[in-house]
Write a new protein. Sequence first.
Length: 358
Amino acid sequence: MKLQNPVFPMFFILFLCSVSILASTALAQQQTNITIGNNESFTPSTISLADSSNTQFNYYPVPGNASGPPVPEKGYVVEHLGDGLYFLGNGVYNTMFMVTEGGVIAIDAPPAIGDKYLQAISEVTDKPVRYFIYSHTHKDHVGSAHIFPDNATYIAQEETANQLSLANDSSRPLPDITFTDKYEIRVDNEPVLELDYPGVTHEAGNIYIYAPKQKALMFVDVIYPGWVPFDGLGGSENVTGFMDTPDEITNNYNVDKFIGGHLTRIGSVEDIKAQKEFILDLKSTAQQVIKNVSFADIAKVVGPSNPGNPWAITNSYLDEMTNQCTDELADKWKNRLGGVDIFLDDNCAAMLKSLRLD
């Protein structure tokens, strides 16, 4: 009897196995409604600066609510907030300073503004800087603190002072005055600035800086007027404290003007309310996603092709939750807040992490 060619049956067996595996994977994906490998980005996956004229960055249009005043060629904007208080910003970073009879009180000193801070002050007064206030330690906000006169008095909350001491950074001089909970700067026995430490939010030592006469509040790296928060809920060390901030502000301060340390414009109480709404929406969406996505279901799909690799399953699980959260919120917020296509996924990931671990 003539033997049949063994190649054909072997091919047929392999074909059936392949179909079976694909069918089971498709079924698992249908049952668990996951999208492994489809972690789409709103922004280009690669960036080349070699020929920037031909490079397109297709971000969402900036909502009108997120736009601020145009920044002139000199590189910064100064706006009078009333009674000697001034806003200073360059479209990415911002702060405020106060001119009093005894001199200038400077707050923060972002290197992105640098020596132009002194130029901005000189446009409105010839008085020297007498005080400098640290909002917190982060170098992107206070890395030019050294530009002020040697005889200026530096003030910080004690947690900030401790961190500055550890940093041992000459560009961030150690404070002369530290406080635990509250501190006032007074002129003619009237408080012109009230400093208050609410506990850990963005980082330990981050303080409220309130000008009661002007109803202006500065609190850095937590509320972003007109925009979604920066990467990972502003990199907050305490997400619960971050989420509580809008209520804490509205319950304790009479605010007409808000300075958040970043981006395009002065904020208002409406911006504080908008961030609260966004954070509550983010939290409820993340809570629902945690219920919807099963680690075991992800393992059924990812595990067979990644045997012995629990990180592959874990990463796919986290990615799937982040993707579902982002997809649910993007259309709802893209016309209300700037940067939805840039940092919404990072904010989803941070909220998901906090809800799972904190």
